[in-house]
Design a protein around this ligand. Structure first.
Ligand SMILES: Cc1cc2nc3c(=O)[nH]c(=O)nc-3n(C[C@H](O)[C@H](O)[C@H](O)COP(=O)(O)OP(=O)(O)OC[C@H]3O[C@@H](n4cnc5c(N)ncnc54)[C@H](O)[C@@H]3O)c2cc1C
Length: 413
């Protein structure tokens, strides 16, 4: 039997419950929009992978990523946001509504915020897939440190995450071996982290190496490193291996729908708008320079704010213009332009004469450019006549205005 999909309606649907998504949901929920956040695994996202966040403002002492994300979680839920723990499979647009599809339900939304973040990059070494999912290869020191107490572990990578998480692991493991692709002494991590790591007696470095293969039976037992300079294979017995060699964006499901860079990051403008109207992308999944909690939060705040304006606009246009009864005369003008303002008072005067036959809507492009765009205006000032959602006349030459308005009302009123 084919199961009927449920349909639910929201103002805003946020896809992904990391710091960016939670912030967007907080702003949308606080603006009293009916908001849903969908997360496929753990609320908190990648920030829960780290034991110490030292650079998120407002926390002068380092805070554990899980603890920080719990505070985010508690805060956004205060504003009545619904949460579903499930995997979003696709987003599409049907008759102006954005449809966010999961296995059981189609969520129809006026605006969608994509905050799906990144996932860790794999090394491509032989047998890698075999040791994923709790079989010895890990991406999260915070999650797996305790089980490596007194063990020998390997870290692949030399960026901030690799070195800082390596130091955290060294509080548990008896030995942390770091495989670095660069020449001796060169790492990608920040200088402070490098210095601390070099002084850490539990950490050792294998320079000029990459992973050739992972070996073991059920569980990982050995990583075979290859020296990129000499080609020498170096087998290293370990109890676990942590990969910190960068990330790839979780954006596959948006291919063909959202514009992306060739590395799969979603392109946005500074208002977080994508190429699809009413669809925003925030946080690590979008093209940007710095991927951190602080920037994820900034993106989320902007998207939540812009989504609120967007929902307000489409509701206004729908109710006040497209669904208005009788003839509507929309005056599209620029309030900062003196000539436009003079025309406005003239138009208001004319409308008073015909108040029984035509309603006036004032649309200031300075404040509400998008509403004006929905009416397909071509210039300011202009007078657009509409009835039952259809544009009847678009008058851009406002000379002899009284006569022109009278003619339209006689013909269409
Ligand atoms: C080890 C490590 C250490 C770090 N240290 C720091 C630090 O010290 N300071 C700092 O500021 N930043 C740090 N970061 C970076 C920071 O965690 C990220 O920049 C931040 O989490 C990005 O937030 P986000 O919301 O954009 O994405 P994410 O946190 O990646 O959240 C995205 C969420 O979307 C979900 N999702 C993906 N696809 C779907 C789907 N189809 N349906 C439903 N849900 C989906 C994912 O499950 C995930 O929960 C660190 C990251 C790592 C990995």
């Amino acid at each position: 039997m084919i199961m009927e999909k449920k349909i639910e309606y929201y103002d805003v649907v946020v896809i992904g419950g990391g710091p960016a998504g939670m912030t967007a949901a907080l702003y949308a929920g606080r603006a009293r929009l009916k908001t849903l956040l969908i997360e496929k695994s753990l609320i908190g996202g990648m920030a829960t992978y780290t034991s110490e966040i030292e650079n998120y403002p407002g926390f002068p002492d380092p805070i554990d990523g899980i603890a920080l994300m719990k505070l985010f979680d508690k805060q956004f839920r205060r504003f009545g946001v619904d949460v579903k723990l499930t995997d979003v499979r696709s987003v599409s647009i049907e008759c102006n509504a954005k449809v966010v599809s999961t296995f059981r339900c189609d969520y129809h939304a006026k605006a969608v915020v994509v905050s799906t973040g990144n996932k860790p990059r794999l090394t491509g070494g032989k047998n890698e897939e075999k040791f994923l999912n709790d079989k010895g290869i890990s991406f999260c020191a915070t999650c797996d440190a305790a089980r490596n107490t007194d063990k020998r572990v390997m870290i692949i990578g030399s960026g901030d995450a690799a070195i800082e998480e390596g130091m955290f692991l060294s509080k548990f493991a008896r030995e942390v071996i770091v495989s670095v692709i660069h020449d001796e002494g060169i790492m990608d991590a920040n200088k402070v982290a490098q210095e601390k790591a070099m002084a850490n007696h539990r950490m050792t470095f294998m320079w000029n190496t990459v992973v050739d293969s992972f070996e073991g039976d059920e569980m990982l037992k050995r990583v075979v490193l290859k020296n990129v300079k000499t080609g020498e294979m170096v087998p290293v017995d370990v109890d676990g291996c942590f990969l910190f060699i960068g990330y790839v964006p979780n954006t596959k499901i948006f291919e063909g729908f959202l514009d992306m860079t060739n590395r799969g990051y979603i392109k946005t403008n500074e208002d977080m708008e994508t190429n699809q109207e009413g669809v925003y992308a925030v946080g690590d999944c979008r093209e940007k320079t710095l991927r951190q909690v602080a920037t994820a939060v900034g993106d989320g705040a902007i998207a939540g704010f812009i989504a609120e304006k967007y929902v307000e606009e489409i509701e206004y246009v729908q109710k006040e213009i497209f669904e208005a009864k009788g003839l509507v005369m929309a005056f599209v003008y620029n309030a900062v332009d003196g000539v436009d303002r003079e025309y406005l008072s003239r138009v208001e005067q004319i409308q008073r004469e015909y108040r029984d036959k035509v309603q006036l809507r004032r649309i200031d492009v300075y404040k509400s450019d998008r509403i004006a765009c929905r009416l397909s205006y071509t210039a300011t000032p202009s007078l657009i006549f509409m009835k039952e959602g259809v544009v009847l006349e678009n008058i851009t030459d406002l000379s002899n205005l009284d006569k022109k308005v009278a003619e339209v009302i006689a013909a269409r009123g």
